[in-house]
Structures are given as structure tokens and as C-alpha cells.
Design a protein around this ligand. Structure first.
Ligand code: GLV
Ligand code: GLV
Length: 317
């Protein structure tokens, strides 16, 4: 905030809560750039509140909250914060995986209840992580960083991705490709890492849970709507899959009520990038992106690459 205050004329909302749609529309009427959060829906109507808006800088790597096509039509640059949160989010995926496989939360509750009677041979038995098979749905930066962690646990690593890696890269990373439907039956852990688009909405639903092992765990640190939450709750209730570790939800901050009742589910409140170091880097990048466009430069992390800077003949000179 100090840097923005020094380098721009800044107006901002109440820092302790999300802005309403109306507040965003009112607030951006006279600005050059909007620096927004992943909880802000930035669509055509919002953009039309200010025909001079030059940039929508998202404080997130995911940008499903922004209508990129509408922005491109209006020659508004859309930027995000890739790279700086890769390891941090992979750590979170790993935390959820370990926490659900080893039933850490259930154990914590048992100890806190002060009803724990001491060590028992069959108490809270979980799933072995070392040597297990993990499958990645989507294999971009964050999935690859998570696979690196899996490698250290001697896991077999499978992936599905819209475009397959080169054979050389597969060999270098020690990963094997599977067609989408073939991925699920083999995995002890399935970790979701695709961006949310029209094509990936409910990519994992009833059918995929039926294909998974009854001992398998689902991890989602990507975006909630990629997973059909109702179908997931049913699959967990029916024992079709064993457990889930979730950082994201279909209708945040609302969570499917059935999930609260399931002890085999770990529920985190969208904390993937939530470390002091990473959030600081994301802020720096979001500011860099926003100010670059306002100066007339190409920003470091442009999402809509068709966008033309003013020097390149783009409008809004
Ligand atoms: C967090 O969810 C992000 O997309 O940065
Ligand atoms: C467990 O604590 C063991 O000693 O095996």
C-alpha cells in the first residue's frame, strides 16, 4: 500500500472486507488501473463503468474471476501473479495430502477430547504415502512442484494434461502420462491442478470418483468448481473414495454441508498462497503489472497477450 501510495493516486476499499460489486463499479470510474482480488468478479458491466480503464491486475495466479475476452475487446490488459506462489501452493497440496492420509486432524481431536487412552495397534490407521501412486489432473507449474515433493517420497507419478509433455521432459521429471479416464483407477492420491475454465468445470464428477480406488484420496488446491462438490460428498459418504483434502470450494465461502460431517475430509480456507513471503511477492508483482500498463509499458505478466500497449497502436492513448 505504501508503494502504491508513493507511485500513484490511490483509492481503495475497506481493507478488512471484500468490496461489493456496486462499490467496485463506483470506485473505478476515474482510475487508470484496478488491482483486484480473486474474490472480485470483474466482468463486462464492471469494465464498462470506466471506458478509460487500462488494466485489471489480479492479485492471484488464477484469473477465472475476470472476463478476459471482454477485457481484450476493450483493450484492457489483464495481469496475474504466476511463479511466485508455485512452491507455496505445492506445499499446501502436500500438507493436505499428509494431513488426510495420516489422519492428523482426527488425531488432534482425539487428544484434545482428553479421551485418548494411549497407543493402540489399530488406532487411526491411515494410508502409506511413501511408495504410493499419485496422479495429477493438470500438469502445469504447481503440479510439477508438487510432483517434486512426491518424488522425494518415492512415489510413482502419473499425470494427465491437455497437452502431453515431450518424452524428454517426462523422462527428466520421472513422470508418466495417462489418458484422462485411465489416470483414476491407478492412483492412491489424485491432486487437481487445472485452471478453472468452461472446459474444466466439473471435470471431476461422479464418473471419475467411481473410477478411483476406494482407498484413494482427492486433493484440490486449484479451484473448487473443477470438482463437482455434491458428487464428491456422495462419493465420500458412500465410501467410493477414502478421503479428501480441500483448500478450495465450489461456492466459496459456502461449503457443502455434508462435508462438515465427514471426519475423513480436511477443510482448509483457500490458503494455498498464504505465507508472508509469498503474499508479499504477489503484491509486488500485482503492483509492477498495474503500474507498467499505466505508464504505457507491457506488463511482466500479461494474460491477454493480444492486448496492445499504447505505443503499439493500442487505443486509449
Ligand atoms: C489463488 O488461488 C491464486 O489463484 O492465486
Ligand atoms: C512406535 O512408536 C514404535 O516404537 O514402533
Amino acid at each position: 500500500m505504501q508503494r502504491l501510495e508513493a507511485e500513484s493516486q490511490l483509492s481503495y476499499g475497506d481493507l478488512d472486507r471484500a468490496l461489493s460489486r456496486k462499490e467496485i463499479i463506483e470506485g473505478i470510474r476515474d482510475v487508470d488501473g484496478l488491482l483486484c482480488l480473486l474474490t472480485d468478479q470483474i466482468d463486462a458491466e464492471v469494465m464498462d463503468a470506466n471506458p478509460n480503464l487500462k488494466v485489471v491486475s489480479n492479485y492471484a495466479v488464477g484469473f477465472n474471476n475476470i472476463d478476459v475476452q471482454a477485457a481484450t475487446q476493450r483493450n484492457i490488459a489483464v495481469t496475474n501473479t504466476p511463479g511466485v506462489l508455485t512452491d507455496c501452493t505445492a506445499d499446501m497440496a502436500w500438507a493436505l495430502l499428509m494431513c488426510s492420509a495420516r489422519r492428523v486432524l482426527e488425531g488432534d481431536q482425539l487428544v484434545r477430547s482428553q479421551k485418548w487412552g494411549g497407543w493402540e495397534p489399530l488406532q487411526l490407521l491411515g494410508a502409506e504415502i511413501s511408495g504410493a501412486t499419485i496422479g495429477f489432473v493438470g500438469f502445469g507449474r504447481i503440479a510439477k512442484a508438487t510432483a517434486k515433493r512426491a518424488k522425494a517420497f518415492d512415489m510413482q507419478i502419473l499425470y494427465w494434461n491437455r497437452t502431453r509433455l515431450s518424452e524428454i521432459e517426462e523422462r527428466q521429471l520421472g513422470v508418466q502420462y495417462r489418458p484422462f479416464d485411465d489416470l483414476f483407477p491407478e492412483c492412491d492420491f489424485v491432486s487437481v491442478h487445472v485452471a478453472l475454465t468452461d472446459q474444466t468445470h466439473h471435470l471431476l464428477s461422479k464418473r471419475q470418483f467411481a473410477l478411483m480406488k476406494s482407498t484413494a484420496t482427492l486433493i484440490n488446491t486449484a479451484r473448487g468448481p473443477v470438482v463437482d462438490e455434491e458428487a464428491l460428498a456422495e462419493a465420500l459418504q458412500a465410501g467410493e473414495i477414502a478421503a479428501a483434502g480441500l483448500d478450495v470450494y465450489e461456492h466459496e465461502p459456502v461449503v457443502h454441508p455434508a462435508l462438515f460431517k465427514l471426519p475423513n475430509v480436511v477443510l482448509a480456507p483457500h490458503l494455498g498462497s498464504a505465507t508472508v513471503q509469498t503474499r508479499t511477492k504477489m503484491g509486488t508483482l500485482a503492483i509492477d503489472n498495474c503500474l507498467a500498463v499505466c505508464r504505457g509499458d507491457r506488463p511482466p505478466n500479461l494474460v491477454n497477450t493480444q492486448w496492445k500497449s499504447f505505443g503499439d497502436g493500442g487505443s486509449k492513448e
